[in-house]
Design a protein around this ligand. Sequence first.
Ligand SMILES: *Cc1c(COP(=O)(O)O)cnc(C)c1O
Length: 495
Amino acid sequence: MTQGCAYLDYAATTPVDPRVAAFLSQVLAENLGNPGATHSPGRRAAALIAQARTRVAALIGAAPQDLVFTSGATESNNLAILGHVRGERAARRQGGHVLTLATEHKSVLAPVRRLEHDGLAVSLLRPDAAGLLSPQALAAALRPQTLLVTLLHANNETGVVQDIPALAAVCQERGVALHVDAAQSAGKLPLGVAGIDYLSFTAHKLGGPQGVGALYVAPHRYVTLEPQLIGGGQERGLRSGTPATHQIAAFGLACELAAAEREGNARRLVGLRERLLQGLQDLPGVLLNGDPVRRLPGILNLSFPGVEGESLYSGLAELALSTGSACNSSSGEPSYVLRALGRDTQLAQSSLRFSLGRGTTPAEIDTAIAAVRRELLRLRALSPAQPPPVGDWLAQGVRVVTGEAGETRLGTWVRLLLGVDGEFVKAARFQAYGCPHTLAACQALVAQLPGRHRAALQPGSPEQWRGAVGAPVEKLGRMLIIEDALRALQDAWLN
Ligand SMILES: *Cc1c(COP(=O)(O)O)cnc(C)c1O
């Protein structure tokens, strides 16, 4: 839909619904005052915010006065987690404990780590292999000092949906507060606040603009929840700062539309998601990440054994999606969410998250299927799982020499293959498992080998190869593995 590529990254952010964008611009163009002022431009802004509060609250079945508008789910999560625990600790003057899952969003994990740094006990539970936490496992992990349980409703990487009503019942029985991050599920799954103390969500995951979100706060939690932004005392003192009227108004309309169109959208997205799965599931070894049944309509996360994630992802230029591979995450680590589900580094890196939404078309799904199949075929043809591609040389009676280096387990493996005539190279090929730069350097190398003499086999240096393919300095080590393969080739040729 956008810029000639199929946008399949709705879980990262949704394009703003055109009806919402129109309303936002209209509000922005009005001569509005500060919603805290009593003059008429101020009252008009306050009325728009009140209307939005009603619309946003209706999406989650809450009372409008129990919402705090924030800048998004990150801020809502910070306010709920830090604000609740700090407030409770101040009230109780005692140690405490917080319980969460290892697969939570970073905007939950980071505040939890902050609390741990401040001296709080923390349990990071590992979900089962499907990504789920059972009520029994939750009950067993609660402690008398537990102040807060914080859980995702639907996971942003896998789409796995926790059984919040059952988990909330455990928390209620034990008198422990529950915070739920519903950024992915709000507007997509039916959702209520029964048994929930705090619920975070955000406009830009449901067709609204970036930069605005909300936190539901159960009425009995207002007393101890400690604000994390202080100043003018807006939002019942829990979130100071002049509210962004146009953003909030747009968020309200986005929630209203999401609620009205939820069931139809969900049915359509499940159909598209299944079409995508059907188109890819016969690929050898493909693995679905997360529970096959308890999942969001619009997210499909697959791992592809035997191919390197960065090479897979970088070949999919016509798709906008997310991956569990290093090149895409700022941390440079494979997805911690998939690791927690038991996937090894290779599978965590070679995963693709397809997330679908309002604008996704069957044609985009078919583009995605064709692109992924094409790239897997290309990479699998090069992989160590394939026999050396030298059948034609052997049939012609050409002497074959091979040399290899590296290990797929460590991310880079290279095999160079030469057809030789006496002391000279007749033809050269390669197989490789590695990043796009490694593949490109191998490609460039084998193009330069034919005609070379055994004693002067190596064209240039690894540093030059690195420069030629535009690889960053950190990737020199991979070029050295190619040089190792070349040296192994020279040794094999002599013997
Ligand atoms: C996107 C997202 C967030 C962060 O929301 P922002 O509004 O971007 O701060 C938090 N949690 C989950 C599960 C998300 O998907």
